[in-house]
Design a binder for this molecule. Structure first.
Ligand code: HGY
Ligand code: MN
Ligand code: MN
Ligand code: MN
Length: 411
């Protein structure tokens, strides 16, 4: 099939800037935590845009927004594409958004070209990919894959609101989440366009990349309990300082990650009671461990648990660990990688295959159907930061590669 259909570049760029404004705070980047007021506004923006694009729009039982371009053969398995529009705290305007808006633009251009494709194409904006508000994530894709468990709805955000309450506030019924599940036979493939959020494409001076494998994240919440005491009157040898136990573990996590060539991050910390002259009695913190290889990640995990036990013993403090997320690393489907590569070739776009460090809904969708990812170069690899940036040209090339890939998969 010779593909002559072109995206409308300026239209796509305008939507990226408009969506980026929703939840934007001057230099503090864009914050749209899942099901927050900002996220609900952004969801409405995406629903309107899908309707304007002439897609048939539905919201599934967990709030995934799905826009459909009908194919000529109704019962043919669906080609799915999309990403997320929720962000981290003070994030950028491309993470997730490019994958949703790029997919809408690609499918809209296909529709406007009048080209009839056998398979229907659906664009999805997944609910709560980041997990920033409730500490877990991939909610929409997990529900679609039938992997969401009920306990999720008991999780609370920083204000003590449960996920169930946030669902009800967003006019969603948490009791119906199982209805979002889709069967393997319904789908032909899932392709996600996303910014790289790393420096590899920039180092190779390439606009786009094709993902081969995705690291799998484990998220732990750890609470260390020591004893709050007087900072002046308590000699060092008598202390049960929870913060020092946390500090020692943070450095051990760094060592363990380097030893296994994985990554380990303590991103959230909270020390109580939090007085200048009080020895911390409690230290609560998050641990994010990732590796491209599952066995290595398990070894990292075990070493972290051993370090926690060793440090607690030495400092006579006590720790409780709660596993919030554990998603296996996964490989992209060679068949989809090759279709993306063909699209790059026919568009004369130089590219490379590369691994992915960040987590994506693709990790979950790989359990349901054939998955592939198209990366767009990130300036200096910066992401989860207001300075996150991808050039106009690169976003357009990535979206055109997506369009050609969708047409090949749906023909
Ligand atoms: O955590 C991640 O890698 C992604 O941004 N959700
Ligand atoms: Mn992200
Ligand atoms: Mn993302
Ligand atoms: Mn992601």
């Amino acid at each position: 099939m010779v593909i002559t259909c072109q995206i409308n570049q300026q239209r796509l760029w305008n939507t990226l800037l408009e969506l980026g404004e929703i939840g934007a705070l001057l230099e503090e980047g864009t914050t749209r935590l899942s099901l927050s007021v900002e996220d609900l506004k952004a969801r409405q923006y995406v629903i309107n845009l899908m309707k304007e694009a002439g897609l048939k729009v539905r919201i599934d039982a967990v709030g995934n927004i799905i826009g459909k371009l009908e194919g000529t053969v109704k019962q043919a398995p669906i080609v799915l594409t999309g990403s997320h529009i929720d962000t981290v705290f003070q994030g950028g305007i491309f993470d997730g958004a490019l994958g949703v808006l790029g997919a809408i633009e690609a499918v809209r251009s296909i529709k406007e070209s009048g080209f009839q494709l056998k398979h229907s194409i659906e664009v999805v904006s997944f609910t709560d990919e980041e997990g920033t508000r409730f500490g877990t994530g991939y909610i929409g894709s997990k529900a679609m894959a039938g992997e969401l468990d009920e306990a999720t709805f008991l999780l609370t955000d920083a204000n003590g609101m449960t996920y169930a309450e946030a669902f009800l506030q967003a006019q969603l019924d948490p009791r119906l989440y199982k209805q979002a599940k889709r069967e393997r036979e319904e789908l032909k493939a899932y392709v996600e366009l996303h910014i790289e959020q790393g420096k590899v494409l920039e180092e190779h001076q390439l606009p786009v990349g094709i993902v081969t494998d995705i690291q799998g994240p484990i998220w732990l919440d750890v609470v260390v309990k020591g004893h709050a005491d007087h900072a002046g009157a308590t000699p060092m040898y008598m202390r049960k300082d929870a913060a020092l136990a946390m500090a020692e573990l943070m450095l051990d996590i760094e060592k363990i990650a380097k030893m296994y060539d994985g990554v380990g991050t303590v991103g959230k910390v909270n020390i109580e009671p939090g007085g200048v002259n009080i020895i911390p009695g409690l230290a609560a913190f998050s641990v994010d461990l990732r590796h491209i290889n599952k066995e290595s990640r398990t070894k990292m995990m075990n070493e972290v648990y051993e370090a926690i036990n060793r440090i607690c013993q030495k400092r006579d403090v006590h720790a409780e660990m709660d596993m919030k997320k554990a998603v296996d690393p996964t490989s992209c489907q060679v068949e989809v990688i090759e279709v993306i590569e063909e699209s790059c070739k026919e568009l004369d776009v130089p590219t490379m295959r590369l691994q992915c460090g960040a987590g994506h809904d693709s990790l979950i969708m790989a359990k349901l159907t054939k998955m592939g990812m198209i990366f767009v170069r990130s300036k200096e690899g910066i992401s989860h930061n207001p300075k996150e940036w991808s050039d106009y040209e690169d976003c357009m090339i990535g979206t055109q590669v997506l369009l050609n890939t969708l047409m090949r998969l749906a023909e």
